[in-house]
Each structure stands twice: as structure tokens, then as C-alpha cells.
Design a protein around this ligand. Structure first.
Ligand code: DGL
Length: 237
């Protein structure tokens, strides 16, 4: 069977922000998007629970003959991607990591990294700080317990209030950048900017897209037909 689809998954609507970028860069590709709302939030799961959840999704996508899997979720990436690469050796994975490197390379001085508790506690996130932070830079790792699920299931008012209470303690820290280290958080951009109007908001979506294009090209997997690709949505509610 022809493996001509790209699988993308997240714990709900978050990864759609990545899917949109992918679609723009790769208009002829076919995508399957798996929205695992039923298991949201991933950010509070133990490693064993989360690994079992993501293995089930990976196996579903592989049965649908995907040629590459995008983990459109920082939590699943920072906690599970190494184990997934070991378990599914023939599968090409692209993960999503908090864009800490981007913030450090751009020389921001006081950066908040907003992410789920799972991502904040992941060894990989601490590696990203150690590997990229310069001496004159400060990185504040902020576990945003409950924000991804409020975005997935809550009202605009609840999202605004949650953002405001999470960010309030940094009001006097001269924050110049905020890393959106969860793919759900771009949906809360306007409320985050209201708290810190002069801070630059950074997400990792462009980096993910670049990596997908690179790996498809290197592995000769780009869809060579000239027809517009399709998106198949699967909701696990
Ligand atoms: N959107 C996900 C992330 O990027 C997970 C949110 C959650 O389910 O906790 O981390």
C-alpha cells in the first residue's frame, strides 16, 4: 500500500496550530490529524501512562500507513520521543520542543517558559536550558497546571483568568520573551500578551515544519503528485 500520509497527533486541538503550518509548507501532502481529547491533559500523566497512550496512537497511525509521525505536543515529545524511537526503529518521528534555543539565540534577557508540569519536569527541558542559556540570561520555567485543559474544554473567560493568575508573579521581572512550550498555548496568545504587552511570544511550530520538510526530502518521501492534499481528522473524545 502507498504510504503517502503524514500522521500528526496531540491531546486535542493544540497540534492543529502545527498542522496549519505544515499544510502551508506542504500543500500537496495528505495528513491524518489525531486529536486525543479523551486523554487530555497529557501534562499530568505519569511517564508509564503517557507512553502507553502515545504507543497506542503511534500504532493506530502506522496501521493507516503513515510515512512520518509528527508529535505535535511538547509533553509527549520531551517525555517519550527517545523511547518511541527505540521501540519503533523504522518510523520517522518529528517532535515539538519548547523553543528555548530560539529565545537564547535571540539574546532575550528574561524569558518565561510556559509549559505543562510534565514538560517542565522533563529532563530534556532542563538539557535545553543548560545547553543554550548564556550567563547574562535568565530562564523562568513555569509549570502551567490546568492551562492546556482550560484551553481544550473551558471558556474564553476561564482561559483569560487562568493566564492572568499563572503569570502574575512575574510582573516585575522585566520579561522580554515568553516561550509557548505547549501547542495549546497559541490559542491563549492574546491573553498572554495582555499581561506582558512588550514581550515577544515564541513557539516552536516553524522549527517543526522545517524539520518535517527536511526529513521528507532526505528520505525521498515528498508527495510528487501535483494535486492538493487532504486532511483527515480523527477525534478521540
Ligand atoms: N499540547 C500539549 C503540549 O504541547 C499537551 C497538553 C496537555 O494535554 O497537557 O504539551
Amino acid at each position: 500500500m502507498n504510504n503517502n500520509k503524514i500522521g500528526v497527533f496531540d491531546s486535542g486541538i493544540g497540534g492543529i496550530t502545527i498542522l496549519n503550518e505544515l499544510k502551508k509548507a506542504l500543500p500537496n501532502e495528505n495528513f491524518i490529524y489525531y486529536a486525543d481529547s479523551k486523554n487530555n491533559p497529557y501534562g499530568n500523566k505519569t511517564l508509564d501512562e503517557l507512553f502507553e497512550i502515545v504507543c497506542n496512537i503511534v500504532e493506530k497511525l502506522l496501521r493507516m500507513n503513515v510515512k512520518l509521525i509528527v508529535i505535535a505536543c511538547n509533553t509527549a515529545t520531551t517525555k517519550c520521543i527517545k523511547m518511541l524511537r527505540e521501540k519503533y526503529k523504522n518510523t520517522i518521528f518529528v517532535g515539538t520542543e519548547p523553543a528555548i534555543k530560539v529565545a537564547c539565540d535571540k539574546d532575550f534577557k528574561n524569558t518565561i517558559v510556559m509549559a505543562t508540569p510534565g514538560t517542565i519536569n522533563a529532563e530534556r527541558t532542563h538539557e535545553l536550558v543548560i545547553n543554550n542559556k548564556k550567563e547574562n540570561q535568565k530562564i523562568y520555567l513555569l509549570p502551567c497546571d490546568g492551562l492546556a485543559d482550560t484551553i481544550e474544554f473551558g471558556t474564553e473567560k476561564q482561559i483569560k483568568e487562568k493566564v492572568s493568575s499563572l503569570l502574575s508573579k512575574y510582573k516585575n521581572y522585566n520579561i522580554d520573551a515568553i516561550v509557548l512550550g505547549c501547542t495549546h498555548y497559541p490559542y491563549a496568545k492574546k491573553y498572554i500578551s495582555e499581561e506582558f504587552p512588550s514581550a515577544t511570544l515564541i513557539d516552536g511550530n516553524k522549527g517543526v515544519t522545517k524539520q518535517v520538510v527536511k526529513l521528507l526530502t532526505e528520505n525521498n518521501l515528498l508527495n510528487s503528485t501535483n494535486t492538493k492534499g487532504k486532511i483527515e481528522m480523527i477525534y478521540n473524545k
